[in-house]
Design a binder for this molecule. Structure first.
Ligand code: PLP
Length: 454
């Protein structure tokens, strides 16, 4: 076992170019944990170490690891028809069934079609093309700018990284693209002014958006993109009334709303979609992650009736599509995954487990000298660490990398959490199948890790 483990580590070090990983990091720190199996919320590494995965991978393995139903669906689809495309005159059956299912699950949001891709990033790229094509069809060739929010995360392709509001993801690549703008996020801890209540905060954010649209020229602004709850940016649920206020501004200037439901879709917030929970009426929705619980890659752009009506008007083709658009294997996995979520009562379970997680986090961390805020909604939560608490909290010096150190301490105790260094948060987004006992373990270990670093 030891020889095998070190051989695997050596192969990884020599040949794998890891995403978001400093060159040489693994030489210095002895290499990554080599995960070889998973069951429920537990991962096992090649050396036998086990980890409790409080992040469901990257906010995505919603039904937990090792679900035979999805493996069986993959196997039978692979034997029957592993691949065929859906370009022009061809189609396969699983994507048709899946698209109908997705539209049904969006309920009264007024959605009509699904364009499939493979990742959240490629889907957000496609969204920009859809928005631009839509305005070209309407003869509004100037209306092309897209407004996103600081701290938003929308992916890593050239367009979706531009939408992402994290400067670290722009610096190496001369991004964002020139037609992308960013406005403030609804990040109460740092953005709310002293004495400002939620209503005044929301009104100020809506006004900032309106002023930005006016400054750019409404005839140049095509769309606004937002995650219902900013996830990777630090788990930032919006204050009450935020989306209705933002939407009123967008409607006034005929600006489309893209709801990036890559994390929030399919139950993560305790409802099928964040749009349902937060009163969002999207023109376009981006989905990925939870649609297959990441057993295989699949994403989609869900297009509303009103956008489709324009796209379909001239009868021409949308000159865009991926080899893996509407991949039958991915669609079969998605259908099996959605059966588990829908018929297994997993959305209600996610809501209940989320309540427990928040209650336990409050019990363990309320009043803790390092903890400036405990945030959460549905089954996502975060702790934000501050150098000083109080009405005007003070951030830690980023060089101290407090969030990253706490995440590392958690990992040493067998718990996987996730830090966003620029925000000093650690986040939690476990599988919906996490048990109550596992939630208790998450919070106990997190408390030990925080105290260790304090
Ligand atoms: N949008 C959101 C809200 C995300 O959280 C992510 C990934 O975390 C993406 C888009 C990009 O998805 P992918 O990593 O599949 O390209």
């Amino acid at each position: 076992m030891t020889a095998t483990t070190s051989t695997l580590g050596e192969l990884d070090r020599r040949y794998v170019f890891h995403p978001f990983t400093a060159a040489g990091a693994h030489e210095r720190d002895g290499g990554p944990a080599m995960i070889v199996s998973g069951s429920g919320s537990t991962l096992t590494a090649a050396d036998g170490t086990t980890y409790l995965d409080a992040m469901a991978g990257l906010w995505c393995v919603n039904v937990g690891y090792g679900r035979r139903e999805i493996a069986d669906a993959l196997q039978s689809q692979a034997l029957r028809l592993p691949y065929y495309h859906g370009f022009s005159s061809m189609a396969t059956d699983q994507p048709a069934l899946l698209a109908e299912r997705i539209i049904r699950l969006t309920g009264d949001l007024g959605m009509s079609k699904v364009f499939f891709g493979s990742s959240g990033s490629d889907a957000n790229d496609t969204q920009l093309k859809l928005v631009w094509h839509y305005n070209n069809l309407l003869g509004r060739r100037e209306k092309k700018k897209v407004i996103a929010r600081s701290r938003g995360y929308h992916g890593v392709t050239i367009a979706s990284a531009s939408l992402t509001g994290l400067p670290a993801m722009h610096a190496q690549f001369d991004l964002p693209l020139p037609m992308i703008r960013h406005v403030s996020p609804p990040y109460a801890l740092w953005e709310k002014q002293p004495g400002e209540d939620d209503a005044a905060f929301v009104a100020r954010l809506a006004d900032e958006l309106e002023q930005r649209i006016l400054a750019e020229g409404p005839e140049t602004v095509a769309a606004f993109i937002a995650e219902p709850v900013q996830a990777a940016g630090g788990v930032i649920p919006p204050p009450d009334g935020y989306f209705p206020a933002i939407q009123a501004v967008l409607r006034k200037y005929d600006v489309l709303l893209i709801a990036d439901e890559v994390v929030s879709g399919f139950g993560r917030l305790g409802a099928w979609f964040g749009s349902h929970l937060l009163g969002i009426e999207p023109d376009l929705m981006t989905i990925a992650k939870g649609v297959t619980s990441a057993y295989v890659p699949l994403s989609g752009c869900v297009v509303s009736d009103r956008v489709w009506e324009v796209l379909a008007r001239d009868g021409g083709a949308f000159q865009h599509g991926y080899t893996y658009s509407a991949h039958p294997l991915a669609a079969a996995a998605a259908l099996a995954n959605l059966d588990l979520v829908e018929h297994g009562g997993l959305i209600e379970q996610a809501a209940r487990r989320g309540e427990r997680l928040r209650a336990e986090l409050h019990a363990a961390f309320d009043g803790h000298e390092l903890v400036g805020e405990i945030r959460g909604i549905g089954l996502v939560a975060a702790l934000e660490f501050v150098a000083e608490r109080g009405e005007r909290p003070v951030r830690f010096d980023p060089a101290l990398a407090v969030g990253a150190r706490i995440t590392r301490a958690c990992l040493e105790h067998g718990l996987i959490t996730r830090a966003l260094p620029a925000a000093d948060t650690i986040s939690f987004s476990p599988p919906f199948t996490i048990t109550e006992a596992e939630i208790d373990t998450i919070v106990t270990v997190a408390r030990e890790a925080v105290d260790q670093v304090a």
